[in-house]
Design a protein around this ligand. Structure first.
Ligand SMILES: [Cu+2]
Length: 124
C-alpha cells in the first residue's frame, strides 16, 4: 500500500516537471523561470560590423533588450539611427557599442562614415 503511494507520487512529480519544461521552452527560448517581460533585457543580441557591412543586417529583438555592435574591420565605423534614436561614437577595431531598446518599432540605422552601410533593428 505504501509502495503504491510513493510510486504514484513519483509519477505525478515527473509529469509536472515535464509539463513545466515544455511550457517554458516553448514560450521562452532562454533558460530560467519565466517571470515577466524583464527576462528579455538580459538576452545578448549582437551585430558584427565586418567587411563594410552589418551582420545580420536585420535583427529582431524583444522590447527592453540590448544590442551590441562590434567592429571587426581595420577601419573606423559608427552606428547611427536614421531617427536619431541612438548614435555611437567612432568605433575602432575591436570596439563595441551597446544600446537598449525600450520602444517597439523598426529602427533603421547606418554608418555615418560609409552611408551605404545599412541595417535595421526590429523591436517586438
Ligand atoms: Cu563604416
Amino acid at each position: 500500500m505504501k509502495k503504491h503511494l510513493i510510486l504514484m507520487l513519483v509519477v505525478i512529480t515527473g509529469a509536472t516537471v515535464s509539463i513545466a519544461g515544455c511550457t517554458s521552452s516553448s514560450s521562452n527560448p532562454s533558460p530560467g523561470p519565466v517571470t515577466s517581460t524583464i527576462t528579455s533585457t538580459s538576452s545578448q543580441n549582437s551585430v558584427a560590423i565586418q567587411n563594410y557591412a552589418f551582420n545580420p543586417s536585420t535583427l529582431t529583438i524583444q522590447k527592453g533588450a540590448n544590442v551590441t555592435w562590434k567592429n571587426y574591420d581595420s577601419v573606423q565605423h559608427t552606428v547611427v539611427s536614421d531617427s536619431s534614436a541612438f548614435s555611437s561614437p567612432l568605433l575602432n577595431t575591436g570596439n563595441t557599442y551597446t544600446f537598449q531598446f525600450n520602444d517597439s518599432g523598426s529602427f533603421p540605422y547606418y554608418c555615418s562614415i560609409h552611408p551605404y552601410m545599412k541595417g535595421t533593428i526590429v523591436v517586438k
